[in-house]
Design a protein around this ligand. Structure first.
Ligand code: NAP
Ligand code: MG
Length: 402
C-alpha cells in the first residue's frame, strides 16, 4: 500500500513525561506506516524549553500561525518541585498559556463517546463541546479586604485625566471588594472563534451569561455575540443548517441537562472552568477529552485535555508496565491530520483522520482497553492492555478500517 501524501507540514509540538513516550509510539505504530508524514517539529519538552529560554514555545506558536494546523503533546507547567527536578533557569510559563495568547484563541473541549461507557446523564447521546473564554473576569481581578466602615467607588480616569466615579458600596463595617474587567477585542475574538468552530463542525452554538443581573458587563458579551451573528455569520449558519442560540445561564444549565448533546456551549471564563469539569466528569473521565485551540482567524491546535500523566511516567522509568490511555492524544493527531486534509483538499488524508479516530472508539467497544477505561466501562470481560499493546490493538482496527 502506498503512503498517503501531504502537501503542507503539520506543526508538531512534542511534550513531556508519559505523553512523550506515547507520542513516539503513536507516530511509529499509527501514523508513519500509513502517512508520508510532513511535520515541522518543535520540542516543547521542558528540557528544551529551558535550553532555549522558552523561545521554542513562541516559535511553535508562530509556526501555527504560518501553517494553520498544529498537534501538541501534553507539557509540564513548571512549579517549585519541577525547578529542582529539571534544574530550571526560570519557572517558565505554561506553554498552553503562551500559545493561546499568541494565537488569541479559544479552547474547545469535547468528550469522546464510546459504547459501554455511559454518561451519568443518560440522555446525553452526543458529545457536548465546551468553549471557554480564556481571558479576564475573575482570573484577572483585583481584590481587597475591607477592614472597617468606608466608601468604595469605581474610578475611571480617561486619556485627558478626567475622572468618572461610581459608588460600589457604603461599607458600615468589614467586607470584601473585587474589580474585574474584559475587553471588546477579547470578547470579539472569542465570539469569532465560536462562530467559526460551529461552522467548521456543523454544530449549533449556544451561549449563556447572567445578563439579567449584570446589565452592562455580561450584557456586553451578549450584544457582541448577537451583533457579529446578525452582521457576519447569519447567512453562513442558515446555509449550514445550524443555529445560534442565546439564553440566560440558569436556563442553559437546565436545557443542557435535558438535552441529547451534539452542540457547542460557549461560556464566560469562570462558567467555562466550572462547566467543563462538570461535563468531563459526567461523560466519563479526563483521559477521554479532546481539546482544540481555535484562533479567530482560523488556526487550529489539537491536543489531549489531560496532562503528562506523571505517575505513570515514573513507573515507566522504573521499568514497570504502564496502561496509559492514549486515545485523547491519538484523537488530537486524527483531528489535526483531518483538518490539514480539509485545508489542502486531500480526501485521503481526511479519510485517514476519520478512520484513526474511529479505530480508537471501535477498539474499546470490542472490549480492548487500558486499565483506567476498564474501571468506567460496562464491558463484562474487558481485555486490559499495556500502553503499547493498546496502541497495537488500535492499529489492527485501523488496518481493517482503511
Ligand atoms: P494529568 O497528567 O492529567 O494526570 C492526572 C491523573 O489522571 C493521572 O495521574 C492519572 O490517574 C489520570 N490520567 C490522566 N490522563 C490519563 C491517561 N491518558 N491515561 C490514564 N490515566 C490518566 O494531570 P496532573 O498529574 O495534574 O499533571 C501532570 C503534569 O501535566 C503537570 O506537570 C501539569 O503541569 C501538566 N499538565 C499539562 C497539561 C497540558 O499540557 N495541556 C494539562 C494539564 C496538566 P492515576 O495516576 O490515578 O492513574
Ligand atoms: Mg477547572
Amino acid at each position: 500500500m502506498s503512503k498517503i501524501q501531504m502537501t503542507t507540514p503539520l506543526v508538531e509540538m512534542d511534550g513531556d513525561e508519559m505523553t512523550r513516550i506515547l507520542w513516539q509510539m503513536i507516530k511509529d505504530e499509527l501514523i508513519l506506516p500509513f502517512v508520508d508524514l510532513k511535520t515541522e517539529y518543535y520540542d516543547l519538552g521542558l528540557e528544551n524549553r529551558n535550553n532555549t529560554d522558552d523561545k521554542v514555545t513562541v516559535e511553535s506558536a508562530n509556526a501555527t500561525k504560518k501553517y494553520g494546523v498544529a498537534v501538541k503533546c501534553a507539557t509540564i507547567t513548571p512549579n517549585a518541585a519541577r525547578m529542582t527536578e529539571y534544574n530550571l533557569k526560570e519557572m517558565w510559563k505554561s506553554p498552553n498559556g503562551t500559545i493561546r495568547s499568541i494565537l488569541d484563541g479559544t479552547v474547545f473541549r469535547t468528550p469522546i463517546l464510546v459504547k459501554g461507557i455511559k454518561p451519568y446523564v443518560s440522555n446525553w447521546t452526543k458529545p457536548i463541546t465546551i468553549a471557554r473564554h480564556a481571558y479576564g473576569d475573575v482570573y484577572k481581578n483585583t481584590e481587597m479586604k475591607i477592614e472597617d466602615a468606608c466608601k468604595a467607588e469605581l474610578v475611571v480616569t480617561d486619556k485627558n485625566g478626567k475622572e468618572t466615579r461610581q459608588l460600589i458600596h457604603d461599607f458600615k463595617g468589614a467586607g470584601v471588594l473585587q474589580g474585574q474587567h474584559n475587553t471588546v477585542d477579547s470578547i470579539t475574538s472569542f465570539a469569532k472563534s465560536c462562530f467559526n468552530y460551529a461552522l467548521a463542525t456543523k454544530q449549533d452554538l449556544w451561549f449563556s451569561t447572567k445578563d439579567t443581573i449584570s446589565k452592562k458587563y455580561d450584557h456586553t458579551f451578549k450584544d457582541i455575540f448577537q451583533d457579529l451573528y446578525d452582521n457576519e455569520y447569519k447567512d453562513a449558519f442558515e446555509k449550514a443548517g445550524i443555529t445560534y442560540f442565546y439564553t440566560l445561564i440558569d436556563d442553559a444549565v437546565a436545557r443542557v441537562i435535558r438535552s441529547e448533546g451534539g452542540f457547542i456551549w460557549a461560556l464566560k471564563n469562570y462558567d467555562g472552568d466550572v462547566m467543563s469539569d462538570m461535563v468531563a466528569t459526567a461523560y466519563g473521565d479526563l483521559s477521554m477529552m479532546t481539546s482544540v485551540l481555535v484562533s479567530p482567524d482560523g488556526n487550529y491546535e489539537y491536543e489531549a485535555a489531560h496532562g503528562t500523566v506523571q505517575r505513570h511516567y515514573y513507573k515507566h522509568l522504573k521499568g514497570e508496565e504502564t496502561s496509559t490511555n492514549s486515545i485523547a492524544t491519538i484523537a488530537a493527531w486524527a483531528g489535526a491530520l483531518k483538518k490539514r486534509g480539509e485545508l489542502d483538499k486531500l480526501p485521503e488524508l481526511v479519510h485517514f483522520g476519520d478512520c484513526l479516530f474511529d479505530a480508537c472508539v471501535k477498539t474499546v467497544e470490542r472490549g480492548k482497553m487500558t486499565k483506567s477505561l476498564s474501571s468506567i466501562s460496562e464491558c463484562k470481560e474487558p481485555v486490559i492492555l499495556n500502553s503499547l499493546d493498546f496502541i497495537k490493538a488500535i492499529r489492527e482496527t485501523l488496518e481493517e478500517l482503511l
